[in-house]
Design a protein around this ligand. Structure first.
Ligand SMILES: Nc1nc2c(ncn2[C@@H]2O[C@H](COP(=O)(O)OP(=O)(O)OP(=O)(O)O)[C@@H](O)[C@H]2O)c(=O)[nH]1
Ligand SMILES: [Mg+2]
Length: 307
């Protein structure tokens, strides 16, 4: 019997991509993780289910040296391996830190392979901290300009926001973990939307329609265990530091509310009313409901606008 599970492959590229997928590799249902890097040390530390070392014949596992054109040609050498790894996916989510050589140079190769296979392709990328070298910004902007070529939707995470969240007193690693958790919640949301036994559903075809034109995403998610949990979870989602509140300009808004069997109808309609009022009146509204949570409530919002 053919399974109707949409297989989701998350592909981390370069140092940041590998670190970010370490936050959830093996921990989310129906998700496979694949790491691609030119740097053998980064790849060895990565917990992805599958690992691809690119450009080894000329880089000897030493990385791209910050050069996107090297990262790109290295990963081109691995095209067949990449194709085999993602072939059976319904959705590919590429994760990379823009600003270095491997992720910024190679993401477009992986996106092109995925699109040619007819796979829905989402790119999650980070922007460098403001105190990083100027040329990293230029590399990042070049990569951003290539996003619409082979990407259905992209989600930008500005590393600089960590400075306000942590007021500088924590290690970079702890701050980066915050982003790993955020990416994990996004992947979990996509996976649960298309693969859970939801009361009101959204499927891969709906996502394909929503992302008909290359789209920019804004995402926020919140959880709460309390009685008024759905409302608190909504507030947390909307106030998420990485949710850039572009909801006013969104052409589509997806809201995913999950809770236990006692999930109250009045809470659902309050939340949906609040979101609709914030959004543009012409925005298409999609809602997904799940009542199979063991405890607590989650509200996730994805605002979609054209790239
Ligand atoms: N959120 C997050 N951002 C990171 C992390 N590591 C690096 N970055 C960001 O990503 C940018 C690119 O760095 P890397 O991912 O290390 O670069 P790369 O793609 O491996 O490229 P090369 O090492 O130059 O071949 C950096 O300038 C940082 O802004 C991480 O673990 N988490
Ligand atoms: Mg690297």
């Amino acid at each position: 019997m053919k399974s109707n599970i949409t297989k989701i492959n998350v592909v981390g590229i370069g140092g940041a991509g590998c670190n970010i997928i370490n936050g959830f590799a093996g921990k989310i249902k129906n998700i496979n993780t694949i790491a691609i890097d030119t740097d053998i040390i980064s790849l060895n530390l990565c917990k992805a289910g599958e690992k691809i070392l690119s450009g080894n014949s000329f880089l000897e596992g030493k990385g791209s040296g910050g050069k996107p054109e090297i990262g790109k040609s290295a990963v081109k050498d691995s095209e067949i391996e990449i194709k085999n790894a993602i072939n059976d996916s319904g959705i590919v989510v590429i994760v990379a830190g823009f600003g270095g050589g491997t992720g910024s140079g190679a993401f477009s190769i992986v996106a092109k392979i995925a699109k040619e296979l007819g796979i829905l392709t989402i790119v999650i990328f980070t922007r460098p901290l403001r105190n990083e070298e100027k040329h990293k910004f230029e590399i990042m902007l070049d990569a951003v300009n290539k996003l619409s070529e082979n990407t259905d939707a992209s989600l930008c995470i500005d590393n600089e926001k960590l400075i306000n969240i942590f007021t500088n007193v924590v290690s970079l690693n702890i701050a980066y973990n915050y982003i790993n958790d955020y990416v994990r919640s996004f992947i979990e949301c996509i996976s649960r939307m298309v693969n859970s036994n939801n009361t009101i559903i959204i499927d891969l075809n709906d996502l394909q329609d929503i992302f008909e034109n290359p789209s920019k995403l804004s995402f926020g998610s919140g959880k709460s265990l309390s009685k008024e949990g759905p409302l608190i979870a909504y507030e947390r989602a909307i106030k998420n530091e990485f949710f850039d509140d572009s909801i006013e300009n969104a052409t589509s808004i997806i809201v995913f509310i999950s809770g236990d069997k006692k999930l109250r109808l009045d809470y659902i309609s309050i939340i949906e009313g609040l979101i609709m009022r914030r959004g543009n009146e012409n925005a298409i509204f999609y809602h997904v409901l799940n009542t199979e949570e063991n405890e607590g409530f989650t509200v996730s919002i994805i605002a979609v606008r054209e790239n």
